[in-house]
Structures are given as C-alpha cells and as structure tokens.
Design a binder for this molecule. Structure first.
Ligand SMILES: C[S@@+](CC[C@H](N)C(=O)[O-])C[C@H]1O[C@@H](n2cnc3c(N)ncnc32)[C@H](O)[C@@H]1O
Length: 217
C-alpha cells in the first residue's frame, strides 16, 4: 500500500470475508475510505460487527453485500484488494472485473491479489488445518480439495468446521463446498496486462501466491 494516496479515491476490497484484511488496510492507510464487499451473509455479519465496534472503521468502511460480478465500482479507485477471491470467478467474469477496475483505478493504484495456496489443480486429502480451544470446547477446521470432473473444471474445495466437547465428542459439524479456478499470478498478469510484483519470498511471506499489479504507464 506504500505510495497510495488515501484521499485520491476509494480503496475497494472484494470478498472481504470477516474483515481481517479490511482492518489491515485501514491500519496501513489512515483516513482512506474503504468499500468492503462481501456476499456471504454470515461472513458479512462478522465484517460488519468488526467495523461497527471500531469508531475509526465505522467512520470510513462501507460494507456492501455484492459479489465481484455485481459490485458497482466507485469512479476513482486508489487501490483494489482481492484476497482468496479471484479463483471464485471464471475467466469471463475475471476479464469483466479487470476491465471495470482498469477504467476506474487511478494511475499507479495497486491491485493486490492473493490466490490462497491452490494455484494449481491439485488434490489435497482431508487435512486438519487449524484447531483452537474456546471455553470448554475445541474448534477444528478441516480442508480437502479435488480436481473438477472435467478438463479445465474448477477445483472442488470442502471446508468442515467441527466443534468438540471436553470428552472429544463432536457436538456440531458444518461443511461448505466451493469451486475454485486454480491459476497463478502470471495468469492474472496476462489477463490484466498489468505489471506484477510477486511478494512471495519477501519478509513475512507465507506460501500463498500474493502479488501487486500496477498498470504500465
Ligand atoms: C477465502 S475467503 C477470503 C476472505 C478475505 N478476503 C480474507 O482474506 O480473509 C473467500 C471470500 O470470497 C467470497 N466470495 C466468494 N465468491 C465471491 C464472488 N463471486 N465475489 C466476491 N466475493 C466472493 C467469500 O464469501 C469469502 O468471503
């Protein structure tokens, strides 16, 4: 976000989820107006709750329920952020989004894209990715991925959240299935025609593909 003029335009975050990244953007860009779009009612509730309880966020983050495909973009965009979202769009939907962003992003405005750790069509066996004790219960996040049925079909991702009581018995289990088009940052660079700065391998880097794209002047 270095170099972004927070007063020149709006920062657009698409698929903001629970607002973790939204809060990080706000901290990096004091005073910036942020449009945070999140289509999932559950995640948008968490996002809105995070925004409402912080007077600074409350004054400058606008929460919208729209998908990337539906979102009405502001005329002047100073940065755009898609973390863990671009693979939910097919190629035509991405092309439309990149075109609409290109029309509105100010010169030098960064497009930040993170592609989770699934930038290739690979299978991943059911794996427990996180666990956390909350009160007297344990919460677990399990994840699995398998390639789609046909050549070029998106990956099928399953996330399961389990809640276990003190004796280790499951008291609740929720599973969600999503489709994810697996591609890398180079594909985004080719689709947008923008210059890629690959942030993998930098300080604090994790294994997920993370890049900043800027329009060549
Ligand atoms: C892996 S989560 C990432 C959430 C958040 N960006 C983060 O990094 O914490 C993917 C998010 O994309 C959202 N999403 C799914 N399909 C979408 C679409 N078509 N347009 C916008 N967001 C979408 C989901 O609701 C979810 O919040």
């Amino acid at each position: 976000m270095a170099g972004v003029d927070p007063h020149a335009g709006t920062v657009v975050e698409i698929g903001a989820g629970s607002g973790l990244v939204t809060a990080a953007i706000a901290a990096a860009l004091p005073g910036a107006r942020i449009l945070a779009a999140e289509p999932s009612t559950v995640l948008r509730s968490v996002l809105t709750s995070r925004v409402v309880r912080d007077p600074d966020l409350r004054g400058r983050v606008t929460v919208r329920p729209d998908t990337a495909q539906e979102l009405a973009l502001p005329d002047r965009i100073s940065a755009a952020v898609l973390c863990g979202v671009a693979g939910h769009l097919d190629q035509a939907e991405r092309a439309d989004l990149w075109r609409r962003l290109t029309e509105r992003m100010l010169p030098g405005a960064p497009l930040v894209v993170e592609l989770m750790a699934v930038d290739r069509p690979v299978a991943m066996p059911r794996t427990r990715l996180a666990t956390r004790r909350v009160g007297g219960q344990d919460y677990e996040w399990w994840f699995a991925a398998r390639p789609g049925a046909g050549e070029g079909d998106p990956l099928v991702l399953h996330s399961t959240w389990r809640v276990l009581d003190a004796a280790g018995s499951a008291v609740r289990e929720e599973t969600e299935t999503h489709r994810w088009h697996a591609f890398g940052l180079e594909r985004v660079a080719a689709e947008t025609g923008w210059e890629l700065r690959d942030l993998r391998g930098g300080p604090g880097a994790n294994s997920a593909p993370l890049g900043v794209f800027t329009r060549a002047s």
